[in-house]
Design a protein around this ligand. Structure first.
Ligand code: MG
Length: 283
């Protein structure tokens, strides 16, 4: 595939795509105990099990509307792919989340891998200073064999250097709702049985879970039911504008941050012409 002129959408992970603290002991411990060649297979088991269950709320509820838009854009050649850029210290967790998102995107007709890559704080291409910069993203994409990114939209619940370097930086409300560790353990039990995790490993996971659970109980954000996610609507609108795609209902106006843009070809074509000459798209 052509690598020049790629359009990318990037995401921060924690409290942006979702809240994955309770998943961490499973992804991290599993991958640490497995051979490299086995990791993807077993992480896929975990991902599949979580995908089959609607009992958890690891991902922010609004993520599906964004995935639907991203898949539509990728299938029509308007988007090359997505990536995760996280300052979380666990590359295994980032990879786990990436696999789950790719499985989830198949619900919406994904024909290709939507989330092509993901980087934790410890990835070889990262500088180790926790800054998120455009140069770092370009370096990381090139490191993965994706040079020549043309434009980028990035979602984060925090402001990083990148916010001043690209016009399409969307700061979202942090998603802090926590899925209890017990619930994750319940969902993943068949996976653990299937791969015959040793008692020692189970004990390790259990200990880590208990420690985290104890910490969670002090968390004022702990909830017992899936939350509403109204703030994410704004992110969806920004994405529609960036990708210059119509809303799900034909003929309906597409709302943007700055007023309303009609989705008919006539009214958005001047914008298209204007953005073509720019290196980085504006909305
Ligand atoms: Mg974050």
């Amino acid at each position: 595939m052509q690598t020049e002129g790629q359009v990318w959408v990037g995401f921060d992970m924690d409290e942006c795509l979702g809240q994955f603290l309770s998943l961490w002991p499973y992804c991290e411990t599993l991958t640490r105990r497995l051979f490299k060649s086995q990791q993807h297979e077993y992480l896929s088991y975990v991902a599949k099990r979580l995908e089959e269950s609607d009992q958890h709320w690891l991902f922010r509820p609004g993520i599906d509307s964004v995935l639907r838009l991203l898949v539509a854009a990728q299938n029509t050649g308007k988007l090359y792919g997505c990536f995760i850029l996280s300052n979380n210290g666990s590359q295994n967790l980032v990879e786990c989340v990436r696999i789950i998102l790719n499985l989830r995107s198949q619900r919406f007709g994904a024909q290709d891998e939507l989330f092509r890559t993901g980087w934790s704080r410890n990835s070889p291409c990262r500088k180790g200073d926790m800054k998120k910069t455009l140069a770092e993203i370009q370096d990381c994409l090139a490191y993965e064999g994706f040079p020549g990114a043309r434009s980028l939209l990035f979602f984060d619940d925090m402001t990083h250097v990148l916010a001043n370097e690209i016009p399409a930086y969307v700061k979202v409300q942090p998603y802090t709702y926590y899925t209890p560790v017990d619930l994750i353990q319940h969902i993943l039990t068949p996976v653990f049985n299937r791969i015959r995790i040793s008692p020692t490993l189970m004990k390790t996971v259990s200990t880590q879970s208990k420690t985290m659970e104890a910490a969670d109980l002090k968390d004022t954000h702990l909830v017992k039911s899936p939350p509403r996610d109204t703030e994410w609507q704004e992110a969806t609108m920004a994405l529609q504008t960036f990708l210059q795609i119509r809303s799900a209902k034909r003929g309906k106006s597409v709302k943007t941050y700055k007023g309303t843009v009609k989705s008919s070809k006539k009214s958005i074509s001047p914008t298209r012409k204007a953005t073509k000459s720019r290196l980085w798209k504006r909305y």
